[in-house]
Design a binder for this molecule. Sequence first.
Ligand code: 4AZ
Length: 276
Amino acid sequence: MLHILLLAAAIQAAEPEQEQEGETGASPWQAEIYSNFTGWTPEELAERDPWDLAHRCGGSLIANGWVLTAAHCIDQAKVDKGYRVRLGADYLDNDEGVTFRIDRMVRHADWNKAEHLYDIALIHYVADKDTHVGSAGPIAPIPLYEGPPLEAGVDVYASGWGQAEEGKDKGFQAELTAVDLRTVDCADYPQYEGKTREYQMCATGRTPGDDADTCTGDSGGPLVLDDPQVLVGVVNWGIGCYRADSAGVYLRIDNEHFRDWIARAMAAAPTVNELR
Ligand code: 4AZ
């Protein structure tokens, strides 16, 4: 991703009244989902840092106690193992933010891993004995977009700690970055023929030849409308990253897509971990 947040930080520095908001001021709803596992081998630690090995996904804080993410980011086994959520962080390599235990999750009942279908889940978190404030930036939920499905040509942005390049185990980015995107019609991309559904949309760089994109490790994270800043999507998947003539695939959030599912998931009995 591009270093848009660095730019945001510079702008904030020039505006003294916003200085206390810190560097994550541009994305106070950004969540990290990470593994609580710490038993890495010396060989693993020689290759990558613990924060990097633990990182799993992004997410969006949408209400107190609730983070929206992708279905492929969480399952009951991970909840049982003690997976955690971090809020208010900019740098992951610095123990920033506040961390919480995930105590339950609701995954879409029609999630299909192989075909990347219905890749949406809600995570509920609670404070526990390991919850402590490192140096946390502002934390605030993002409203869900209320309106008709977005057309192609709308300015949006995504944020996360995902890989800076395509490929397996390339390592995640320690600093949160955001990338300017524009919605496009998935049908314009032959590589996605028959692979996307009407509840998904595609987004790519805003200028021709611009390789702006999300990548592995960004998934579950927010796709946000430029103005007003509301949540319009969830980072889902894509064929490769940063490729010319490609785009990322996002799950839509709008009046016709998933607002109702999200409301029902949050209202469901705590024993419900799958919902259609
Ligand atoms: C992933 O693996 C992923 N270029 C997310 C987004 C994109 C590709 C892969 C879009 O989670």
